[in-house]
Design a protein around this ligand. Structure first.
Ligand code: NCD
Length: 429
């Protein structure tokens, strides 16, 4: 198991991220075919991990619905209960809630908690450890500093678009908006540190990036700049590959509405400092990408939705294979059921007749159980051949059939109980 819980962005180093992304690509490819879809719908039922619960204190559209879709795609049931609709609103404590949901038979608890009065994720994980509960705790947004699954889907999106820049540590990314309260931006900046990007933090001075993020980046040797100038003034010269925007995080700010004059000033300047004005859109080169976790405010105007540089929809779409990958890894990652998925990916079959027959791996009937071998038997053929699966598919060897190359040569004769010898493998005369 790669991880027991999804707690914090810092728990997902580059190596772990890459393993999850590999699985997410596999989920996406498999899900694109009918046989792959069908195979994936067996995953959670096969593991007897059918029921999953969302407990959200805080509003959500994309995170909630893509978690639900991902679990349904793997054959599970995802039920949103809601913090405020539960006994949590009567003062029940996190450990009691976690034990209750485990007793009710749920296999995962997806928690969002917008307040910052306590770390409910740490409490939930500690409860599972103390009571030895096999319950998968997933952080779907905590206070104003943590959103690890959004961080993963964002890096997955960046890698999909700019793989060389990320791999060669040449990525230039600028964050703009409510840097002080955006858990998305804080998690993403920390999650990217091992790729050594060059980061610019663009914001009004009052909502600058917090010290703890700067310390993480400094310790990791990441170069970053703080810019307190309007986006439209700097976008033409900054040369960032990606501008990552957020809205003003009014729901996460306890002090919002207390000082009306200061809030109004912040709000009225927000688009100018951190948003896409017509000037900013014109000044940004054609290859620039704009990302946004959504929902958006005035910083991402409706007229910019169709701009090809805006990839916010791609982020949402990537959230599904990414979250499926997390569930797959947690519940089935150690298993040999990969063959089911490999079956759904087009392969080339090299038969002994020398011909290369293109087919789909849905037709694979058996895989040689020698772990060094990729010999397979197709449904329509009696002979064994070799396939070249897509680069990211590993064929696990689950069947107990061996191909002729690996089958031990049977003995020519065996002795019966009475000592009589019998020829069982007559040589052709
Ligand atoms: C964000 C969140 O809730 O932190 N959205 C999301 O999860 N996709 C950002 C926001 O609400 O502005």
């Amino acid at each position: 198991m790669l991880f027991r819980h999804v707690g914090y962005a810092r728990d997902f180093d580059k190596a772990l991220q890459q393993r999850i992304f590999k699985r997410a690509r596999m989920m996406r490819d498999s899900f694109a075919t009918k046989t792959g879809k069908d195979a994936l719908r067996n995953i959670l039922p096969l593991k007897d991990k059918r029921n999953h619960l969302l407990m959200f204190k805080g509003k959500s559209t994309r995170t909630a619905s893509t978690f639900i879709a991902s679990i349904l795609n793997l054959g599970g049931n995802a039920i949103p209960l809601g913090w405020e609709a539960s006994s949590m609103a009567k003062g029940e404590m996190v450990p009691a809630m976690v034990r209750t949901q485990h007793a009710a038979g749920f296999s995962s608890l997806i928690i969002r908690y917008d307040d910052d009065d306590k770390d409910v994720i740490a409490e939930a994980i500690a409860t599972c450890e103390e009571w030895n509960l096999d319950l998968f705790i997933v952080n779907a947004g905590l206070g104003n500093s943590e959103h690890p699954t959004q961080m993963l889907l964002d890096i997955f999106t960046i890698q999909g678009r700019l793989p060389e820049k990320l791999r060669e540590e040449r990525l230039k990314i600028a964050f703009a908006g409510d840097l002080a309260y955006s858990r998305v931006i804080q998690s993403l900046a920390v999650g990217l540190k091992e790729y050594k990007p060059e980061i610019s933090f663009i914001s009004q001075p009052k909502i600058r990036i917090p010290e703890w993020v700067k310390k993480e980046l400094n310790d990791a040797g990441v170069r970053f700049y703080e810019i307190h100038e309007p986006l439209e003034h700097v976008i033409g010269s900054l040369g960032a590959d990606i501008y990552y925007l957020t809205r003003l995080q009014t729901n996460l700010r306890k002090d919002w509405g207390k000082d009306t004059a200061a809030d109004e000033e912040l709000e009225s300047q927000f688009l100018f400092y951190s948003g896409i004005t017509e000037k900013a859109a014109k000044a940004a080169p054609a290859e620039t990408l704009f990302m946004h976790p959504k929902p958006s405010g005035p910083e991402l105007p409706e007229w910019f939705e169709k701009d090809p540089r805006n990839i916010a929809i791609e982020q949402i779409m990537n959230g599904i294979p990414l979250r499926m990958a997390l569930y797959y890894e947690r519940f089935a990652g150690d298993d040999d059921i990969e063959i089911e998925l490999a079956r759904s990916i087009p392969v080339t079959f090299h038969s002994k007749d020398g011909d290369v027959v293109a087919t789909t791996s849905a037709e694979i009937r058996s895989v040689c159980s020698d772990p060094t071998c990729t010999a397979v038997k197709l449904r329509q053929s009696d002979g064994w051949g070799n396939i070249k699966p897509a680069e990211h598919v590993s064929l696990k060897h689950t069947s107990n059939m061996l191909c002729p190359k690996h089958r031990p040569t049977p003995p020519d004769r065996i002795k019966s109980m009475s000592g009589e010898e019998k020829i069982i493998n007559p040589k052709p005369s």
